[in-house]
Design a protein around this ligand. Structure first.
Ligand code: SAH
Ligand code: DHB
Ligand code: MG
Length: 223
């Protein structure tokens, strides 16, 4: 049994070795901090994992729900081939502004589109556009709505697409079946949907490190 000090040291070691941040990613975090945004984006290691997953998918199109400062969007967009596209949804105009600046600095303004509004209002509009299915969806916004986001992700993807849900462990609170915390209830409902949905095959991994004790769910769209 190791303590959080060890987790952080290991995360720092692995991130420095395998997911080193370049100047663009470092600047994105600096900008976010200077603008007073909360430090709740994915870790460098998790960002690298998202990039690898998108690359392994051969993803050409990515949908992200929850932009914050664009940090995970930069990692994901770097996986895309020429002509690839990422759409990211963000409720807070202030966050979207920081993200647009960070994405422009990353040279990704032609690749990433930040749409502002409540995701549950933006998703039906997105569906009405009849875009090609998304190859990967990253769900990382208000956790209470996670089951709805997984349902929308199913509508906007196709066989072989990957759905990734962030923050499914919440310091271990996810095991509390009687919790009335909206994030726990939403996360449990999303995991139960992944477990039972005939079009999904999924699993979840807990993580420890610089962002504490949390985890990712991964679900492959089967049909
Ligand atoms: N994916 C980012 C972190 C996102 S943090 C990264 O890893 O770098 C969660 C974001 O979701 C916040 O910016 C928050 O404003 C946004 N959010 C919260 N509720 C939302 C909603 N209903 N619709 C869209 N975005 C929402
Ligand atoms: C929170 C949201 C996140 O997306 C995250 O990665 C960590 C924390 C939050 O709302 O507390
Ligand atoms: Mg998150």
């Amino acid at each position: 049994m190791s303590d959080p000090g060890v987790w952080n040291d290991v995360d720092d070691y692995l991130s420095a070795l395998l997911a080193p941040e370049d100047e663009v990613l470092a600047a994105a975090l600096r900008e976010a901090e200077e603008a007073g945004l909360p430090p709740i984006g994915v870790s460098p290691n998790a960002g690298k994992l998202l990039r690898l997953l998108a690359e392994t998918q051969g993803a050409r199109t990515v949908l992200e729900i929850g932009t914050l400062a664009g940090y995970s969007a930069i990692w994901l967009a770097r996986a895309l081939p020429a002509g690839g596209r990422l759409i990211t949804l963000e409720y807070e105009e202030r966050h979207a502004e920081v993200a647009r600046r960070n994405l422009a600095r990353a040279g990704l303004e032609e690749v990433v589109e930040v749409r502002v509004g409540a995701a549950l209002e933006l998703l039906p509009k997105l569906a009405d556009e009849h875009l090609p299915p998304f190859d990967l969806v990253f769900v990382d916004a208000d956790k209470a709505n996670n089951p709805h986001y997984v349902e929308w992700a199913l509508r906007l993807t196709t066989a072989g697409s990957l759905i990734v849900v962030d923050n499914v462990v919440r310091g271990g609170r996810v095991t509390d079946a009687g919790s009335d915390a909206p994030d726990v209830r939403g996360t449990r409902a999303a995991l139960e949907l992944i477990a039972s949905h005939p079009r999904l095959s999924g699993t979840a991994l807990q993580t420890v490190g610089v962002k504490g004790h949390d985890g990712f769910a991964l679900a492959r769209v089967l049909s």
